[in-house]
Design a protein around this ligand. Sequence first.
Ligand code: GAR
Length: 217
Amino acid sequence: MSETPLPKIVVLISGSGSNLQAIIDQVTQGNLKCEIACVISNRAEAFGLERAKQSGIKTQVINHKDFDSRESFDVFLQSQIDLYNPTLVVLAGFMRILTASFTEHYEGKMLNIHPSLLPKYQGLLTHKRAIAAGDDFAGVTIHFVTAQLDGGPNIIQAKVAIDKDETENSLAQKVLVKEHLIYPMAIQWFIENRLKMNQNQTVLDEKVLNEQGFELD
Ligand code: GAR
C-alpha cells in the first residue's frame, strides 16, 4: 500500500535561518509531519541556505535586486513557490515587504514570525524599542500574513521578561529560544487542519482566538 504524501511547505528566508533550523529539526525528529519542498532566499549569502543544503533540502535564490519592481519580484517568487503546490508558505526571517496581490494569493496559507508581542512594535528594531519604552516584557508572535504589514491575525505568542540590564542582543537571544519553540508548533497545528484564518481572525480547534492569539506560558 502506498503511503499518503506528506503536506508540503515552502520556507522563505533572508538570513541566518535559525528558525528554519528549528523547523528542520522537528521534521527530522518526526514531530512535524510535513516535507520542506524548498527553501527560497532573496539573498545568496543567507546562511539558512547552507542549513537547508546540509539537510538535503532543495534551495533557490531569487535576488530582489534582479527585478525592476516589487511587483515583478513578487510575481516571479509566487510562480516559483507554486511549482510545489505547497499547503503552507512559511516566512522565517524573510525581510521583504510583500505586495497585496502576493499576500492575497496565499491568504490563510502563509505564516510569519515577528520578534515582538504584536500589535506592539510592528516593523524593525523591535527589541530596541521595547527596552527604550521601559516594557516589562518582550516576545515573539506567529501570525497569518495579510496585506497589512505585521498586521494579520495573531496565532501564538510567547513572552520573555526584560531584565534590568537587558541589551538588544541579550533580549534577541532570549526571544529566539521562544521563536524556535513556537514556530514548529504553529506549523504543526496548520498541517493538522486545526488552525485556520476566517474573516481576519484566527480559529484554533474551532475556537476564535483573542487578539494576542494563543499565549504560551
Ligand atoms: C527572527 O528573529 C525573526 O523573528 C525575525 O527575523 C529573525 C530571523 O532569524 N523576523 C522579522 O523581523 C520579520 N519582520 P533567523 O534567520 O535566525 O530565523
